[in-house]
Design a protein around this ligand. Structure first.
Ligand code: F0G
Length: 455
């Protein structure tokens, strides 16, 4: 099971190739679709020679107490489920994963749910879920001898890539949309030494330029079309199952941008079930911003039968800049995860995102705007009756609140939303705003300030 015996299988036509045969853009030479990592050994093994799920669970838990960097990583401690390297000594790790699964009692109570949790992937080394995917794919780049790695990004991928490349002593190239990423993320790419180019286009435009570059130059693409990214990003599914003693939650709610994360988590749960580690998979729902909702349109608005549905890119616009993506690469994989698990796909407004973010903040953990779509989406699912009172629900929070402090400050100062965006939500917004005020430097003035704020 430790052998590197993976193949890449085209998600569209099913063609199989070996890892090193992949083209620089990770698209199938026959049909142009994306690949998925597959481990043929898992299927062909006789049931009696399959790894014992009980033994694996024990081993993975024991590794958390080990002194070895690889064992302590929340990605590589599950390495039996991602044998993508010839030599695990090539793994580049910053101690990613093993993130906290927080209970959200206030938000749960407000929704009439007893069991609401947040898997906080913003608690990774560079502050987002991208670290779990980056440790996997960048390690492959190192093992294959690349000097340069590159990505187009709305910010978090570039921060993660730049950090892991720096750790590995590799060079990195970042293409980001000018003026459309949060400062926290841009500062990380600079600090970790990436060559950072701000292009006068959006994320989709940046990716287009990068794909032309990697076809010409020996640069390893680390966008999520790279299927190894998803192998790392599936490990939070294992951690969630482990945290509930291998009983999976009823619902998993994930933000949708380029749509790789929902695909990866779905793959993680599916593989766990196939290997007998869990008995079932959760319903996986994907939530997008109203202004960047191509999957919602495809799955919900598509008239007619399955065969007639057509995926259409949109011009993306949302203040949740991390998910400001109109033409997501992994839409087909994510659509399959939603459909196969019986989940939902819906969108939420700018005001709903801002409110949900402030509510998560009041739980004492915070998150970035793109992560807050999960709670906003859950409110809608609950109102529709799609989530029952007794259901166990996990929201995947993808980024740390400090990634985009400007958004938070604008919200609390009342400068975030235009009046027409806030319409109908004014009272809720006022109840959540906690603007800092200027107070005289005297004890009575400070004590007075403490009196007139909501509890
Ligand atoms: N949440 C955050 C904080 C993100 O940074 C992203 C994507 C997503 C959600 C959506 O995940 O793309 O897998 O559906 N950020 C990318 C980037 C695109 O470049 O950092 P997805």
């Amino acid at each position: 099971m430790n052998d590197n015996l993976h193949t890449l299988r085209c998600f569209g036509c099913g063609a199989r190739i070996s890892g090193p045969e992949a083209r620089p853009d990770f698209r199938c030479a026959d049909c142009g679709d994306l690949f998925e990592v597959e481990y043929p050994g898992w299927v062909t093994r006789q049931s009696q020679t399959r790894p014992n799920p009980g033994a694996l669970k024990w081993l993975w838990r024991e590794r958390r107490c080990s002194g070895e960097a690889l064992d302590r990583s929340g990605v590589w401690r599950f390495r039996e489920l991602l044998p993508i390297l010839d030599n695990f000594g090539n793994a580049v790790t910053l101690g990613e994963g093993n993130t906290e699964l927080y209970a959200l009692p206030r938000a749960g109570r407000a929704l009439g749910l007893d069991q609401l949790y947040a898997k906080h992937q913003g608690m990774n080394p560079t502050g987002s879920f991208k670290d779990t995917g980056m440790t996997a794919a960048l390690s492959v780049a190192r093992e294959r001898g690349f000097e340069w790695v590159a990505c187009a990004s709305t910010g978090n991928t570039s921060a993660a890539m730049a950090a892991y490349a720096a750790r590995a002593g590799m060079r990195s190239l970042v293409l980001i949309p000018e003026g459309k990423i949060a400062w926290g993320k841009l500062s990380q790419a600079m600090d970790y030494g990436a060559v950072t180019c701000q292009l006068k286009t959006d994320f989709d435009g940046c990716l287009k330029v990068l794909l032309e570059i990697v076809r010409e130059a020996p640069i390893y693409l680390l966008n999520s079309m790279n299927p190894y990214r998803l192998e790392g990003q599936k490990t939070p599914a294992l951690e969630i199952a482990e945290a509930f003693d291998w009983n999976v939650p009823d619902h998993l709610i994930v933000p949708g941008g380029n749509l790789a994360n929902s695909s990866a988590l779905g793959k993680g749960f599916k593989e766990m079930k196939e290997l007998g580690l869990v008995a079932r998979v959760p319903k996986i729902s994907v939530i997008q911003a109203e202004g960047a909702n191509p999957l919602v349109r495809y799955l919900n608005d598509g008239a007619g039968t399955e065969g007639e549905k057509e995926f259409k890119a949109v011009e993306a616009n949302t203040r949740a800049t991390a998910i400001r993506i109109g033409n997501p690469a992994s839409w087909k994989k994510a659509a399959r995860v939603v459909e196969e698990t019986g989940g939902w796909c819906l969108d939420v407004s700018e005001a709903e995102i801002a409110l949900a973010k402030a509510e998560i903040g009041l739980e004492g953990i915070g998150c970035e705007p793109a992560s807050a779509v999960t709670l906003a989406g859950l409110k809608k699912l609950r109102a529709q009756g799609a989530v029952a009172e007794s259901d166990r629900v996990v929201l995947v929070l993808t980024g740390h609140t400090l990634k985009d402090a400007d958004y938070t400050i604008d919200f609390h100062r009342g400068m975030l939303l235009r009046p027409e965006e806030a319409a109908g939500h004014e009272a809720a917004i006022d109840g959540l705003r906690r603007n800092a005020r200027v107070v005289d430097a005297t004890p009575p003035a400070v004590l007075a300030a403490m009196k007139d704020v909501p509890a």
